[in-house]
Design a protein around this ligand. Structure first.
Ligand code: GLU
Length: 585
């Protein structure tokens, strides 16, 4: 090996060692000088329209806020060409699968919520993955304490559920879009074929997931260089994925769920010991559902119904918090964080006990979103003392979730919120050879012990927390927002809504503000920006605090767009915790 190559390898191993065990990433990187043509376009748009943070944007005619500048620009280009918000959302969705491969893609699933300006109707498209027919409640080996004996439920082929993304995005396009499949899929094909530069955030995630990626040759080929994590700026090219996208663009859903690609998926899955069959793929079903609706201080909150726990529990938590005078508690004070933490614990305890796919299990949905129930929960909170673990949780799960959220508003006021995922960063780690598709590990979102409402059943959807959400006031749309972050999605969405409604923050300020999370048991996780005096007060109330980074990836990567009721001005906000970017015009 040449000396320079050795030095390079040493530097990368050092970087790898530094990042493994770190909880945060430096993600406010300056825009690179050397850029591909479309990235250059995105940069120019950003320079024109952005405030100092360079994450947010103002526009009057259309706005997209997504997890990477290039994917955002793809959506904006579609809007400028005359596409509606759904066309832009589908184009951005396919592009994100290429540009943010760690988070979502053809091998995953998600939820899209659409609001039509003309009718005020909200539709919810559920393209969550489904358990394969051969899946059973006891398919993962457990020890005497009911804990998994290995990581099969989250790494490798047995963790893969039947993907829904292609069916979901194409259903949205067919039913509500105006453009041709080829037109909205072309940018994704181009990025897969020509490549794109890996960002610092993506490279740090590759390093975090090195142990998973390196187990699979077809995934290592794409995201490792000489067996080591990529360096920022490295061009990621995925020609197999480009070809797969071309087939889908020509043949539609059947191009993915039947025929050659389906065959390749099944071969790859079975080669690694998985159980997905061609019938599972051919029988994948998109579900159109009614969103869940609640209110917070007179604002209407419209969000994700089961098989996501998201919307229901965002509303439950906000209902609890509505009993406080938040201005009186103050922003970023020990009392406000304590109140949030206690509300979060009770909400997560309910989630663990009751929530699951309502096509299979009866869930007390009305009770969970009832104001009276929330009042009773609120009365359990002692403002001086942290409640002991409300109910045992599953702390070994959900510690590093991936996923992506984006929001779109078009010139007519149609509004879209999409949260989609392959579950953990880089999903199962399995990439389909010759098709370039990275497959999800969504089976890990089931409760892997039998006997729970969320235990595995054939064709059941694993319980999600994804919460694409709209805020309305007197029937008028005010905001579209959401975030990744595993179960922490619920608390992040609730905090952002409260920041805007209780403290008058704009979308970017509400996204930037510090976050906390508390599961039903365990530690109170807080961002490092929360000052020491407040941490001390929280400790005095009995909280065991775990301090994360200042802007920590762990707390998600929220994106949203607000609509000014009086002027119609659109404000897109994007999360500095990852590569988020809003662009408007
Ligand atoms: N698979 C998780 C869910 O559906 C999302 C993971 C994440 O957001 O990080 O809730």
């Amino acid at each position: 090996m040449k000396k320079s190559k050795i030095l390079k390898a040493v530097a990368r191993v050092t970087a790898l060692m530094l990042v493994l065990g770190m909880v945060t990433t430096g993600c406010t990187k300056p825009v690179e000088k050397e850029v591909t043509p479309s990235k250059q376009e995105a940069v120019e748009e950003i320079e024109k329209t952005h405030s100092a943070s360079k994450r947010d944007a103002i526009g009057m005619n259309g706005m997209v806020a997504a997890a990477t500048p290039e994917a955002t620009q793809v959506g904006v280009d579609i809007l400028k060409k005359g596409g509606n918000a759904i066309d832009a959302a589908v184009a951005t969705g396919f592009a994100l699968g290429v540009l943010e491969p760690n988070a979502s893609g053809l091998g995953g699933g998600g939820f899209m919520m659409v609001r039509f300006a003309e009718t005020g109707e909200n539709v919810f498209i559920d393209f969550r993955e489904m358990a394969p027919q051969k899946a059973t409640a006891d398919m993962y080996e457990l020890d005497a304490d009911g804990k998994p004996v290995n990581r099969e439920y989250e790494v490798g082929a047995k963790s893969i559920a039947v993907p829904g993304e292609v069916a979901g995005l194409l259903t949205a396009l067919e039913q509500y879009g105006t453009m041709k499949r080829e037109e909205v899929m072309n940018p994704a094909i181009e990025y897969a074929e020509r490549g794109f530069e890996a960002s610092d955030v993506l490279c740090s995630i590759i390093e975090k997931k090195f142990d998973v990626i390196s187990q699979f040759d077809s995934t290592s080929k794409l995201y490792l260089d000489d067996g080591l994590p990529l360096e920022a700026g490295h061009k990621i090219v995925n020609k197999d994925l480009a070809n797969t996208l071309k087939v889908i663009s020509k043949e539609g859903k059947d191009g993915f769920y039947k025929g050659e690609i389906a065959k390749k998926i099944v071969e790859e899955v079975q080669k690694h010991g998985g159980i997905i069959t061609q019938d599972d793929l051919a029988n994948y079903e998109v579900k159109m559902r009614e969103p869940v609706v609640g209110t917070y201080r007179g604002y209407e909150i419209v969000s994700a119904p089961p098989a996501s726990s998201g919307g229901t529990h965002v509303i439950e938590l906000l209902n609890i918090m509505e009993n406080y005078d938040m201005k009186d508690l103050g922003f970023n004070t020990a009392n406000s964080w304590h109140a949030w933490a206690e509300g979060m614990k009770m909400m997560y305890a309910d989630r663990g006990k009751y929530m699951a796919d309502t096509d299979f299990v009866k869930v007390p949905l009305d009770g969970l979103v009832s104001k009276d129930y929330a009042k009773k929960q609120f009365e359990r909170i002692d403002m001086n003392k942290s409640m002991e673990g409300v109910e045992a949780g599953e702390p070994w799960k959900y510690e590093s979730g991936s996923t992506t959220h984006y929001s779109v508003v078009d010139k007519d006021g149609n509004m879209v919120a999409v949260t989609k995922t392959i579950n953990h960063f880089f999903g199962s780690g399995v990439t389909v050879s010759g098709a370039g598709i990275l497959l999800n590990d969504e089976m890990a979102d089931f409760t892997i012990q039998p006997g729970n409402s969320n235990s595995i059943e054939p064709k059941k959807r694993p319980l999600s927390s994804m919460s694409p959400t709209f805020i309305l006031k007197d029937q008028k749309p005010i905001a579209t927002l959401g975030t990744p972050g595993g179960k922490r999605i619920i608390t992040t969405v609730a905090l952002i809504i409260s920041n805007m409604i209780d403290y008058g923050m704009d979308i970017q300020e509400a996204i930037d503000a510090p976050r906390i999370n508390h599961y039903e048991s365990g530690q109170l996780k807080i961002e490092g920006r929360i000052p020491q005096e407040i941490r001390d007060e929280l400790t005095n109330k009995g909280h065991d605090i775990d301090v994360k980074g200042d802007y920590d990836l762990y707390f998600g990567g929220a994106q949203g767009v607000t609509i000014n009721e009086d002027t119609g001005e659109l404000h897109g906000g994007a999360d500095p915790r990852r590569d988020g970017q809003a662009i408007g015009y």
